[in-house]
Design a protein around this ligand. Structure first.
Ligand SMILES: C[S@@+](CC[C@H](N)C(=O)[O-])C[C@H]1O[C@@H](n2cnc3c(N)ncnc32)[C@H](O)[C@@H]1O
Length: 220
């Protein structure tokens, strides 16, 4: 593990990857075992729901490979049914809890972009917000230098906290923008914008030389 003095962020409580067990029926997707230099940039979506964004992203970005993770069975089944009919070679739908799955499957410094679209946790439980979790440090360790994390929400307080945490706790350059009213990336986005709610997006970038405790950590 990296010497704590050299950490690029201010999160004191470390995430404990060894405490998580392997997800049931865990298999590493072929795209992650491909050691060839020509393998495409890997993008991860956490909480993909019924896969609306995942399917359109994969179609629009044939040069990238998207791993889209959803833990709720009925949503994942709806997603995987459509994914099966569309047979997109650059899309891997995964039915799992993203935290346990990423710990098992993803190597450090290997992901070019991560999407967290409308996570909407229970509002009274701030511990469930992604940027409040010790796991966020682990997630940053999986991202390549210059890699981006894109978070969208319709909850103003969630966005305000996320932006504060991105800057002061995680020390990440970030930009906040309003999602255009005609955007249609996900089912939740369509629903909120149809109700004339404002949706926001926070884009965070991993700077060069960013150090976490997990930069060389991998399951043995
Ligand atoms: C409010 S829904 C949004 C779904 C989709 N992104 C959209 O915008 O339509 C949040 C989704 O995240 C999933 N989710 C939450 N935490 C997760 C985790 N740790 N791993 C995988 N999926 C998760 C939930 O099951 C749920 O389907």
């Amino acid at each position: 593990m990296t010497n704590e003095k050299h950490l690029s962020h201010k999160q004191s409580r470390p995430f404990q990857p060894t405490k998580l067990s392997k997800p049931r029926n865990f298999v590493i997707p072929e795209i992650l075992t491909n050691k060839q230099k020509s393998s495409p940039p890997i993008v991860i979506e956490i909480g993909a729901g019924k896969g609306m964004h995942a399917l359109s992203f994969a179609k629009q970005n044939p040069d990238k490979h998207l791993i889209a993770i959803e833990r709720t069975r009925n949503k994942f089944e709806a997603f995987s049914k459509i994914a099966d009919t569309q047979q997109l070679a650059n899309l891997t739908p995964v039915h799992a809890d993203a935290i346990a799955w990423i710990v098992q499957a993803i190597a450090p410094n290997s992901i070019s972009q991560i999407y967290l679209l409308y996570p909407n946790p229970e509002q009274h439980n701030p511990n469930q917000q992604w940027l409040n979790m010790p796991f966020f440090e682990f997630l940053l360790s999986r991202l390549q230098t210059g890699g981006k994390i894109v978070l969208a929400t319709n909850i103003e307080q969630y966005m305000a906290n996320a932006q504060e945490q991105a800057g002061t706790l995680w020390c990440l350059p970030n930009t906040r923008a309003e999602v255009p009213a005609n955007s249609q990336r996900t089912h939740f986005e369509i629903k909120y914008l149809a109700r004339k709610e404002t949706c926001w997006q926070l884009t965070m970038v991993k700077p060069k030389g960013y150090q976490t405790r997990f930069d060389t950590w991998q399951v043995s």
